[in-house]
Design a protein around this ligand. Sequence first.
Ligand SMILES: [Zn+2]
Length: 108
Amino acid sequence: MAAIILYTGTKACETGLWKELMDEASPELLDEISSLFQKSEKTAGFDIHRLRAWRAGSQIRVDFHMVLPQDLNLLEIAHEIAEVKNVLGVHYGGFVDVLVHTDPCGIS
Ligand SMILES: [Zn+2]
């Protein structure tokens, strides 16, 4: 039985099945997203750092920190986050899951 599982596992690796199932860091994706943020007028002025991005199956997962003015209220913060998420959502056609950590200006 173990031999069958081992063999199946080996075949799965050879066919790239595991690669599709597991999260995989992607330097190319980081470059692409950085470029998107720099070019978009919605994000060009923001301090975005600790950017991480990887593919998970058909999805792209992105998380990062974004510095916002300390005097924004929750509604304004939610609006700014939605704008930034929209930049990625439009580019990747909705196949993106974005998690944003906000830092108050002066504390990152
Ligand atoms: Zn930070």
